[in-house]
Design a binder for this molecule. Structure first.
Ligand code: IMP
Ligand code: MG
Length: 177
């Protein structure tokens, strides 16, 4: 798999350390709340699975699958492929995402959850590309801010390849350009 990569950005050890830090912070912030952690399929699966192990609180989990695409006259439309299994009314929802790029997906999901009367809706992302943002969405927990590079590994894919890498690396430019 290394032949797909230019360089490794974050090793397994880096990611483990970062996930523990985020988990400790979330544990403090959600004491005495009714925490529901929602993972966004498929990219967030690795991060979600490690992060919930580092949150030392009673919590429930659910998953949602969405896809976003560019419309002819729109910057991004979002379609739900799999909705949540349970009601989120009154819950303190923490959305877990692999990477935030334009912000289209998270902005849509956050608004949807607020309309469903969640008590609070907060976002945790492992990676963030601030320079690519088109829609301003507040992200409380960020693992790493990265440059405008295409990355794979630890859940993130390029055409569905790369999700199983235990680390995160930059995809070789000649593969996607
Ligand atoms: P947004 O709606 O533009 O913020 O898109 C977020 C989604 O785009 C993520 O959940 C990923 O599926 C995908 N994405 C954006 N950048 C990358 C990347 O560098 N590698 C892999 N997937 C990416
Ligand atoms: Mg995704």
């Amino acid at each position: 798999m290394k032949e797909f990569l230019d360089e490794i950005l974050y090793s397994e050890e880096d990611i483990d350390k970062k996930v523990r830090e985020l988990g400790a912070q979330i544990t403090k912030d959600y004491k005495d709340k009714d925490l529901l952690v929602v993972g966004i399929l498929k990219g967030a699966v690795s991060f979600m699975s490690d992060l919930i192990k580092r949150i030392d609180l009673p919590l429930t989990v659910d998953y949602m699958d969405v896809t976003s695409y560019e419309g002819v006259n729109t910057s991004g439309q979002v379609k739900i492929l799999k909705d949540l299994d349970n009601s989120i009314e009154g819950k303190d929802v923490l959305i877990v995402e692999d990477i935030i790029d334009t912000g289209t997906t998270l902005n849509y999901i956050k608004n949807l959850f607020e309309n469903r009367l969640a008590n609070s809706v907060t976002i945790a992302t492992l990676l963030n590309k601030p320079k690519r943002r088109k829609i301003d969405v507040y992200v409380k927990y960020i693992g790493y801010d990265i440059e405008d590079l295409f990355v794979i590994g630890y859940g993130l894919d390029y055409n569905e390849i790369g999700r199983n890498l235990p680390y995160i690396g930059t995809l070789k430019k000649e593969i996607y350009s």
